[in-house]
Design a protein around this ligand. Structure first.
Ligand code: TRP
Length: 334
């Protein structure tokens, strides 16, 4: 780990299944960065409990996530892979940052407004405070780059504001991170409503493909995918968002460019596109699912990987936290 490598940090909340959209938007980019960046990838379990979780399900899902991170190609030797709850500095810096965040800044967060106004939503303080904990995650490691989806950009802007504010008041402690929204441009949309992004919190499982979905399930979901009026298969996200979404997925999972597929499908109907897309996704996921099964069977090995990741993360996080506590005027721990 040379000092000059950019420091990258990201995480996904274990509150639902990992989907092909996570793979496309996050994990495959993480894998691509592991040789060139100093990377930290978290299992964001403290954030997951901002909505009610069943403890046994949460625990199983956390193991699933780590095994899937590895099965998708993240190497625990090259990256620091850890659970947020294993490094107590996250909660500690989160508290400090709370005391430097204005209520109004959090009240403006669109994700909070969305989540808290959903029917039947029980709102806890943690959900409101979620972006501050996320800022702590990032600032603890002096991350320079934070790969996130567009929906997290506002949270990242808050992180930058908090870092700048803190540095201004207490001296240069935090690195101000850059958002890093992958330029691949591939936004994966819901299979049931191509106007919405594919999401693990969608009430309809038909709308998404989970990385662990069985081949028959994947085929069924693609066959039921909502397409557009007309019958021509061409890439037009405005006029034909459903077809465009399928072509995007087919291209990514087959490794062949969209225009090639457009040619291939000349004169064919949507049914052919759906089946071929399903087949490409099934073929791509099959080795990942096989590796997953082997990794997931050994929880002790996964625990050891997380323990090693947390030990390395802790050393770095503690350095930042000590500087923060000192800057605030807390007594030294002699
Ligand atoms: N809020 C992020 C999401 O839902 C998850 C997250 C928590 C995160 N802490 C982070 C992402 C730090 C990047 C960096 O996608």
């Amino acid at each position: 780990m040379t000092a000059s490598r950019p420091i990258v940090l990201s995480g996904i909340q274990p509150s639902g299944q990992l989907l092909i959209s996570h793979f496309v938007g996050a994990m495959r980019n993480w894998v691509a960065m592991q040789d060139t960046h100093d990377s930290l990838f978290m299992l964001v379990d403290l954030h997951a409990i901002t909505v009610a979780q069943n403890p046994a399900e949460l625990r199983a899902r956390c193991y699933d996530f780590v095994a899937l991170y590895l099965a998708c190609g993240l190497d625990p030797q090259k990256n620091t892979i850890f659970a947020q709850s294993h490094v107590s500095a996250h909660a500690e810096l989160g508290w400090v940052l709370n005391c430097h965040t204005h209520m109004g800044e959090l009240e403006r967060m669109t994700q909070f407004k969305d989540k808290s106004t959903r029917a039947g939503a029980v709102i806890n303080v943690g959900l409101f405070d979620y972006p501050v904990l996320m800022a702590a995650d990032i600032l603890l490691y002096q991350a320079t780059h934070v790969p996130v989806g567009a929906d997290q950009k506002q949270h990242l802007e808050l992180t930058r504001d908090l870092a700048i504010r803190f540095n201004h008041q207490f001296g240069p402690i935090f690195t101000v991170p850059e958002p890093f929204i992958p330029e691949t441009g591939a936004r994966i949309m819901s299979l049931q409503d191509p106007g919405k992004k594919m999401s693990k919190s969608d009430p309809s499982a038909l709308s998404y493909i989970a990385l662990l979905d069985e081949p028959a399930t994947i085929l069924k979901k693609f066959k039921k995918a909502v397409t557009d009026s007309g019958s021509e298969i061409r890439f037009d996200p405005v006029e034909k968002p459903g077809v465009a979404n399928l072509l995007t997925l087919l291209s990514i999972f087959s490794g062949r460019a969209i225009p090639e597929w457009e040619q291939h499908f000349a004169g064919q109907g949507y049914g052919a596109l759906k089946v071929q897309t399903a087949e490409a996704v099934i073929a791509f996921l099959s080795p990942i699912q096989a590796r997953f099964a082997a990794l997931r069977a050994d929880e002790a090995a996964l625990d050891a990987i997380l323990a090693d990741g947390a030990a390395r993360a802790r050393v770095r996080a503690e350095q930042t936290l000590r500087r923060v506590y000192d800057a605030l005027g807390f007594l030294p721990r002699r």
